[in-house]
Ligand binder design. Structure first.
Ligand code: C5P
Length: 243
């Protein structure tokens, strides 16, 4: 990931093809990637990925695969065939699942000459608390689980993780500098908090070591969304320059 635009991921949190189309047309000048999640993909299917690419955007397919190794690996190859730039799995699926996915994606890329997408793992969802983990039989604290799962992802050959800005330091400590950390929960000073509780500004997230930022409502709810995205790019650039 090079410039600020490639580090800004807009969350396409809409449920209509036409709304997604409108956002991509409006924002693609200032936004490098568009995150398509379970709702939009379930509603609109692969055509929505194609639409984003045709309109000059790249896609982060946020489907968080978690299944037996063979099933996840095959789904990941299908994501590659759609031409997504980034996709993710749950690290809780385990090392074998992640290794098999890397293996099959690498084999497909070698056979077709396509560039490998950025492969990310989700560690522990930020909606999970220690109580959630205990309920499913995990007694370790979140702060131990997150770096542990990040390290498993790295060792399996994944490129990075999705994590809260508060977890960046913990992850960097075990996974080093050459590992991508994509963070949601980012709020520029001009935006409302919405339902996000622990937020960080774009500059603080980049300074802390985030590689890319997932941002939705601070852009979509702004009076001028393209301009809001532009302001975030300037903030990312300034933080990168100061590093
Ligand atoms: O509108 P907002 O900037 O809060 O959108 C953030 C996006 O990142 C949403 O798509 C949300 O589901 C996602 N996300 C998040 N927090 C996480 C994981 C994903 O906000 N821990």
């Amino acid at each position: 990931m090079q410039n600020a635009k490639q580090r800004l991921i807009f969350a396409l949190d809409v449920d209509e093809f036409s709304a997604a189309e409108k956002w991509v047309s409006e924002l693609h000048e200032n936004v490098g990637l568009f995150k398509i999640g379970k709702q939009l993909f379930t509603k609109c299917g692969p055509q929505v990925v194609q639409m984003v690419r045709e309109r000059g955007g790249e896609v982060f397919l946020d489907l968080k695969y978690h299944d037996i190794p063979n099933t996840v690996a095959k789904a990941a190859v299908e994501a590659c065939k759609l031409g997504v730039r980034m996709f993710n799995v749950h690290a809780l699926g385990g090392p074998e699942m992640m290794k098999k996915t890397v293996e099959e994606v690498d084999a497909w890329c070698a056979a077709t000459g396509n560039q490998r997408p950025i492969m990310l793992a989700v560690t522990i969802l930020t909606s999970s608390t220690e109580e959630t983990l205990r309920a499913v039989g995990i007694d370790l604290p979140v702060a131990e689980m997150v770096p542990r799962l990040a390290k498993l992802a790295k060792d399996a050959g994944f490129d990075g993780v999705v994590a809260s800005p508060q977890e960046v330091e913990l992850i960097r400590a075990v996974c080093g500098e050459d590992f991508q950390i994509v963070t949601p929960g980012v709020r520029p000073s001009f935006a409302a908090l919405d339902d996000q509780k622990r937020v960080t500004t774009p500059a603080a997230a980049i300074t802390a070591g985030a590689t890319a930022l997932v941002i939705g409502r601070p852009i979509s709810a702004a009076p001028n969304p393209l301009d809001a995205a532009g302001q975030i790019l300037a903030e990312i650039d300034a933080a990168l320059a100061a590093k």
